[in-house]
Structures are given as structure tokens and as C-alpha cells.
Ligand binder design. Structure first.
Ligand SMILES: *Cc1c(COP(=O)(O)O)cnc(C)c1O
Length: 222
């Protein structure tokens, strides 16, 4: 099926309150433009350089989401345009995002990445580390970032029971942190669910899904 048809099918199968991030990493501008012409405006990338190049080349009404692991020294390459950074998993990174956002006189929205999967390679902090950060005095001084939610990646497994438990952990973390409503912390987004598990993620409370291969086809990393 075409990119346009895939998008239409997914859009029609998800509730209206769920935001679809079309994950376009490794895909050429021509594919992304096909999705754009079908009305999609939110795209997710996992490499800052690649996202910056695509941002240069593409229409400026696109919202670019950084969904991958972020290296502190590369924040400056996306600070002028990125609309949401999903993978914030430490305070030093948050401070750097704040510093770069300030240079551009803007506020950058961020999600705290919570480690819900069991693999060592999955980045993220524990729910209590997240809570500690937003309670800290240092955090309240960061005026150029805003924490708008949490993000998590489930373990890569066929075990639906395990995946469901992991999604539920993210949802409960969100529920615990949500009352901490401050100037730079307003939790509204739960980013969870990918091509293989987004219906389950939505059942568990996801408000933002990140879908790549079900829209653009499988990826070739070579
Ligand atoms: C690649 C990626 C996705 C999309 O994965 P698909 O299985 O292709 O839908 C979602 N989230 C993150 C963080 C990713 O890196």
C-alpha cells in the first residue's frame, strides 16, 4: 500500500485525542513529502543531523520531533526549530536544552523518558529520578524548557502481557507526576506505542504514538 493509504488507515483507526508522529528516520524527503501531501505535519527523527537537514529542505510548517537519544553537544543543531524532544533522560541534558533555547529566545517542549523496557540498551530514568528532577530547585530556574509529558519504549518482545505492564508503568508514572503543575512543568502527553504495539499503547492511555514502518515501510540502515 502507498504511504498515503497507510496514513489514512492508521489515522482512521486511532481516537482523535491521540497524536500521530510519523517516524521518518532513514527515509528520503520524497517519501516524507508524500505523507506531507496527505496532510501529515508531525514527523519524528532519531538523528539530529538528519533532522536538521530535512528541516532545511522541507516546508516550514512541519513540526519536527526528536525521538532518539540526544547527545548534549548536538542540541545546538536543533534548538532553533525542534518542536518536541521526546528522549530527555537526565538533568544535564535538560540544562543544555534550556541554554540553547534561550539563545533562540524560545521555550522548547520536552518529554522525560522513563525506562519501562527491560533491555539494558533502552535509555531512560526511573520514575523517582523523574520526580526528583521536577521537584528540584535547579529545575524551577529553567525558564526556556517546558516538560509536557513522559515517553517510554516497551521491550522488544512478543509477550503482550509484559508490554502491557510496561505501558501501565508509564501511565502510572504520568499520573503520579501530573499534579506537579508548575511554570515549566505541565504534563499532558504520554508518548508510547510504535508500529507493532500502538493499539495496545492507546488502550493503556497513550496520547501520542510514534509510527514508522507501518507508514513508510521497513527501513534499510545501510
Ligand atoms: C524508530 C522508532 C519508532 C518507530 O518504530 P516503528 O516500529 O518503525 O514504528 C518509534 N519510536 C522510537 C523512539 C524509534 O526510534
Amino acid at each position: 500500500m502507498s504511504i498515503q493509504e497507510n496514513l489514512k488507515n492508521i489515522k482512521s483507526s486511532i481516537p482523535e485525542h491521540v497524536t500521530l508522529v510519523a517516524v521518518s528516520k532513514t527515509k528520503p524527503v520524497s517519501d516524507i513529502m508524500e505523507a506531507y501531501h496527505a496532510g501529515q505535519r508531525i514527523f519524528g527523527e532519531n538523528k539530529i543531523q538528519e533532522m536538521a537537514e530535512k528541516h532545511e529542505d522541507m516546508p516550514k510548517d512541519i513540526e519536527w520531533h526528536m525521538i532518539g537519544h540526544v547527545q548534549r553537544n548536538k542540541v545546538k543543531y536543533m534548538a532553533s526549530f525542534v518542536s518536541l524532544i521526546h528522549g530527555v533522560d537526565n538533568f544535564k541534558l535538560l540544562k543544555e536544552i534550556n541554554k540553547q533555547a534561550k539563545k533562540h529566545d524560545r521555550i522548547i517542549d520536552c518529554l522525560l523518558q522513563i525506562k519501562i523496557g527491560s533491555e539494558d540498551s533502552k535509555f531512560g530514568m526511573t520514575p523517582s529520578e523523574a520526580s526528583e528532577i521536577i521537584h528540584s530547585k535547579d529545575f524551577s530556574g529553567l525558564k526556556n524548557i517546558r516538560i509536557t509529558g513522559v515517553m517510554g519504549m516497551a521491550t522488544f518482545t512478543d509477550n503482550k502481557v509484559q508490554i502491557k505492564q510496561e505501558f501501565e508503568l508509564l501511565k502510572s508514572t504520568f499520573n503520579i507526576l501530573k499534579p506537579l503543575n508548575t511554570a515549566n512543568c505541565k504534563l499532558q502527553t504520554i508518548s508510547m506505542g510504535m508500529s507493532g504495539d500502538y493499539p495496545l499503547a492507546i488502550d493503556c492511555g497513550s496520547t501520542m504514538i510514534r509510527v514508522g514502518s507501518s507508514i513508510f515501510g521497513s527501513r534499510n540502515y545501510n
